[in-house]
Design a protein around this ligand. Structure first.
Ligand SMILES: *Cc1c(COP(=O)(O)O)cnc(C)c1O
Length: 403
């Protein structure tokens, strides 16, 4: 009885009423510490381009050259029309960077997660995810048909309880696959997984670990390869995944691991098999990004980034926002109420600062927040501006951050 138009309008009204309305904002500049919207310039604290590589001349040059040499589009899936050289060069660089035997790239991190989890797991298998893992891993877990269990965020006791339950499940066809999925740096909270303990635990229970390093690649470890590198655990993580669209400065997703893992994905990952390969320029830019991350300049950018993270974290405290000490370039200011978070983002926008309000379903209801991200492309002065504005808003408005 519901007409299509009526149904949509009821649902959209509900979203507006709940403070959950979202809309696209057109940006007329490239991503950087400053962006232009509707003719006005804003300080940008919303991007995941943590090292400021998205606009780096080396990446632009690599992408331009790939367009000249390989064209604008890929033509088909890599298994259908042949696999262009830039993907192979990127995957060799990625495997060397991550210290694995092999790597495979996808059109996005989302596609990497969906393709990998559904390729690895079947109906009677078990997948255990942290409550705060990214939507792509949750969607993949559901799509795989495996039994899905969720452990409380970073709670090793809860995880162990589930692992004990899992080890008592009947063995089907002489196999019992148990896959744990977590992130090294959580995308909306900026906190870290207890990776060392997690690796011990999964080994003890014969489970496998898939580690999403989307926000850690380029930022953690002496080689800036991620948290697994920083803790010297890479060799003990079965599946390392991430994106090329954040600190790497380009676009695409990856999985790094054994040759057998990559061969299985090439044969079974549906988001890889049944999707046109990304534009070759994206692969070339990503490879240039990885090389830059490994260079002396990459080390300097990363060092600058960490100086800024410490400064911003201290600045939030000075401005009267009770945020936790930052341990990554993601610094959430928890507001709680959805409407209040949106208002705060708007108030900052009036002061020329662009900071996204993150709401349900990206985070739980009642846990709305401003998600501030910092980049090596920012200056200390940029941060001071944001800190001053937050201090003003804290005193002049009724923004009482949830503690
Ligand atoms: C961004 C993100 C992804 C998805 O990567 P895309 O390349 O943007 O599709 C996956 N996992 C986490 C934790 C992310 O933050």
């Amino acid at each position: 009885m519901n007409s299509f138009a009526h149904d949509l309008s009821v649902r959209l009204d509900r979203l507006r009423g709940e403070g959950l309305w979202r809309e696209l904002r057109r940006v007329d500049s490239s991503q950087g510490p400053r962006i232009r919207i509707e003719g006005r310039e804003f300080l940008n604290f919303s991007s995941n381009d943590y090292l400021g590589l998205a606009n780096h001349p080396a990446l632009l040059e690599a992408a331009t050259k790939a367009v000249r040499d390989f064209g604008a589009g890929a033509g088909a899936s890599r298994l259908i029309c042949g696999s262009l050289a830039p993907y192979h060069e990127l995957e060799a660089t990625l495997a060397a960077f991550k210290g694995t035997a092999a790597a495979l790239t996808f059109s996005s991190g989302y596609a990497a997660a969906v393709g990998t989890i559904t390729a690895l797991l079947e109906k009677d298998d078990i997948i255990i995810v942290d409550r705060l893992v990214h939507a792509c891993c949750v969607d993949a877990a559901k799509l795989s048909g495996a039994k899905l269990r969720v452990f409380a965020h970073n709670d090793l006791n809860d995880l162990e309880k589930i692992l004990r339950w899992a080890s008592q499940q009947p063995i089907v066809d002489r196999k019992r696959r148990i896959l744990i999925v977590t992130e090294s740096v959580f995308s909306m909270d900026g906190d870290l997984a207890p990776l060392r303990e997690l690796v011990e635990l999964k080994d003890r229970h014969g489970a496998w670990l898939m580690l999403d390093e989307a926000h850690a690649t380029g930022v953690f470890g002496t080689g800036r390869r991620g948290v697994a590198e920083a803790l010297q655990l890479s060799a003990r993580v079965e599946i390392q995944m991430g994106t090329l669209g954040k600190a790497v400065g380009a676009s695409g997703g990856y999985v790094a691991g054994s040759r057998a893992l990559i061969d299985l994905l090439i044969n079974r990952a549906r988001s890889f098999i049944f999707s046109t390969a990304p534009v070759p320029a994206a692969a070339a830019a990503a490879r240039a990004g990885l090389k830059l991350i490994s260079s002396v300049e990459g080390a300097e950018r990363c060092r600058h980034l960490w100086t800024l993270i410490a400064a911003l974290s201290a600045g939030f405290a000075r401005a009267g926002w009770p945020a936790k000490q930052a341990v990554s370039p993601i610094l959430p200011l928890i507001v709680g109420d959805e409407g209040a978070a949106v208002q705060l983002a708007l108030a900052l926008r009036e002061r020329q600062a662009f900071v996204p309000a993150i709401r349900y379903p990206t985070v739980a209801r009642g846990e709305a927040r401003l998600r501030v991200t910092v980049s090596a492309a920012h200056s200390a002065h940029d941060l001071e501006q944001l800190i001053t504005q937050l201090a003003e808003l804290r005193s002049s408005y009724l923004f009482t951050p949830a503690s």
